[in-house]
Design a binder for this molecule. Structure first.
Ligand SMILES: [Zn+2]
Length: 72
């Protein structure tokens, strides 16, 4: 499976917001259609990102469901 990327700018880095605190964001790279968190992030703090998770591009204003990401 190819990498998923932002449909607008092609960036492969995204973030999700903490539903309880929108200023608390969690960045990840999208590899093979799956979120890959930074190794230094505590496993207990990694959010569960499903198809319906609201996902934001790290570079542009795009956001949408994680499942909408382009696979090319
Ligand atoms: Zn983008």
């Amino acid at each position: 499976m190819a990498d998923s990327q932002c449909p607008v700018c092609g960036c492969k880095r995204f973030y999700v917001k903490n539903p309880e605190d929108e200023f608390d964001v969690c960045e990840f790279d999208c590899v093979d259609g799956r979120p890959v968190f930074d190794p230094e992030m505590d496993e207990n703090q990694r959010p569960d990102i499903g198809e319906d998770a609201e996902t934001y591009c790290n570079k542009c204003a795009w956001h949408g469901r994680f499942g909408e990401l382009d696979s090319k």
